[in-house]
Design a protein around this ligand. Sequence first.
Ligand code: FE
Length: 188
Amino acid sequence: MAARVRALEMILSEKGLIDPAAIDVIVDTYQNKVGPQNGARVVAKAWCDQTFADWLRSDATAAIASLGFTGRQGEHMRAVFNTPQTHNIVVCTLCSCYPWSVLGLPPVWYKSPPYRSRAVMDPRGVLEEFGVTLDKDIKIRFWDSTAELRYLVVPMRPAGSEEMSEDDLCTLVTRDSMIGTGLAELPR
Ligand code: FE
């Protein structure tokens, strides 16, 4: 795969169709600037600031953009909040749609056919494989991500984190907790 990408980049740049410096900017952006740390900031702020949480619930695109997280694959966002009764999971059954602006590039398993099919057929089995065991009476709700609308799961704020600052709370919000295949970490 790496060799094919290099070959393709070489041909395209020889033909003058792409600028290698522009490619470097894109790679740097998704390697260093855009990633789950953005989504973690959104979640931590929602945990600390009820007004922001309400805004996130009613207009996630605008609320997330107010923190500076916009751009490709994040133009239309919806935030879904976990509760003691309902656990939310995001999947793209069709392909691999994922909210790049808040989570960065998708993990390989998110794009894999086994996750995309089994997550829907056997959600508790898949969650177990991620190390998450949910109580039987917790309802699991799926959100099928599309090219038009992408989802951010807002995990529940863990017990024992009441005194933590927004910055410290960010460290508890894992990527998987914002896809729904994980939970927020417990404070040490
Ligand atoms: Fe997709």
